[in-house]
Design a protein around this ligand. Structure first.
Ligand code: SF4
Ligand code: SF4
Ligand code: SF4
Length: 352
């Protein structure tokens, strides 16, 4: 363990930790734009935004807290005038080449750049970038890429390469022209992107945004933590609900998914409110499927099972269950088939 002092608070952290880990241990907030704890564990810090600069006693230059390893006895300050001025300078430099449209930007209210400018009273910039004009890429079915709002934090590239392991995007260009892109600046739809949306989830600005059917502001939605129903992995997610309707999904940091989702969990929620969705059982009568009550449906199922068993024996029955229900429901189903029907003819769609 290594002992360091952060803003007067003494903490012990494992050797090899970064200053940002020590600050967290000390309960001290160090702002960042590019750093993600999960990323840093997997692939090291991005070290690209320089917002997390701190002052280390005895060192001439400010140090990036996300990528400076702790050394025994370090005395660190996170809120001196020098640190705050450096932070403001970095924000001004970022704004110098950023298309500010906060009034109409869907990210407003949950944009880290906007939050940090607010926290640090940065309203305008003294610098003038070239305001590179990148065409908006709307070719993906589920999300939009607007590199005019990109701050080159590298989070998306890291997520795609190290978590999704698809490597659909990387950086191209120099200076103001630098931007994350598929190879040869092709549209994202021409790349190997699998639309998992993990880049969208980690983007701190409005550069990557989900396509939504309904507009919402972050303060208008309530979040309901749930488990994705598409497969048996059990990824945790938050359903964003506005006016009783699910209007979006965000990944949650669950044991099975660590803040990641696949395309189905991330974007496949429109079935919930779809008008064609079945909400009542249907029973075929005279060749037509007609709505029935659950009691009618269960009575019919039980009647058919009993008659089939009486006439042809247990082996004439079989059960096929689903990856979209819980393990517990699958367990109960096989129990019913084995103990109730009296057969081991039981299978599961995931085997296909
Ligand atoms: S990305 Fe953030 S700072 Fe930029 S326009 Fe959108 S809300 Fe404003
Ligand atoms: S959606 Fe997934 S695969 Fe496509 S670029 Fe983003 S992280 Fe990579
Ligand atoms: S698109 Fe978003 S996540 Fe990717 S580098 Fe730009 S700001 Fe960062």
């Amino acid at each position: 363990m290594v002992k360091v002092c952060i803003d007067g608070k003494s903490v012990e952290v494992p050797k090899g930790s970064m200053l940002i880990d020590a600050a967290k241990e000390a309960g001290v907030y160090v702002p960042t734009l590019c750093y993600l704890e999960l990323h840093s564990k997997m692939s090291g810090a991005n070290s690209s935004c320089r917002i997390c600069m701190v002052e280390v006693a005895g060192r001439k230059n400010l140090a990036a807290a996300c990528s400076t390893p702790v050394v025994d006895g370090m005395d660190v300050k996170t809120d001196t005038d020098r640190v705050v001025n450096a932070r403001k300078l970095m924000l001004e430099l970022l704004l110098s080449d950023h298309e500010q449209e906060c009034l109409t930007c869907a990210k407003a209210g949950k944009c880290t750049l906007q939050d940090l400018c607010y926290e640090n009273d940065v309203k305008e910039t003294r610098y003038r970038g070239i305001m590179s004009s990148f065409p908006q890429d709307e070719t993906n079915e589920f999300y939009v890429r607007d590199m005019n709002k990109c701050i080159n934090c590298r989070r998306c590239v890291n997520a795609c390469a190290n978590f999704q392991c698809t490597e659909a995007i990387d950086f191209a260009g120099r200076g103001f022209k630098a931007h994350p892109t598929p190879p040869f600046d092709d549209s994202i739809n021409e790349s190997v992107c699998v639309s998992c949306g993990n880049c969208v989830s980690v983007c701190p600005t409005g550069a990557l945004l989900p396509k939504t059917r309904e507009k919402y502001r972050t303060w208008e939605v309530s979040k309901t933590r749930t488990t994705c129903s598409y497969c048996g992995v059990g990824c945790s997610m938050d359903l964003l609900v506005k006016g009783g309707k699910v209007v979006g999904v965000e990944p949650a940091d669950g044991h099975a998914n660590n803040g990641l989702l696949c395309v189905k969990g991330r974007f496949g929620y429109n079935f919930i409110n779809h008008p064609d969705r079945l909400k009542k059982p249907l029973i075929r009568k005279d060749g037509d499927l007609v709505e029935a009550t659950w009691d009618e449906a269960y009575d019919l199922i039980v009647d058919k099972i009993q008659k089939t068993k009486a006439e042809f024996g247990s082996e004439a029955l079989a059960g096929l269950t689903s990856a979209r229900v819980t393990n517990e429901e699958n367990y109960l189903f096989q129990k019913m088939v084995r103990a109730g029907f009296g057969t081991n003819n039981i299978d599961h769609c995931a085997r296909l």
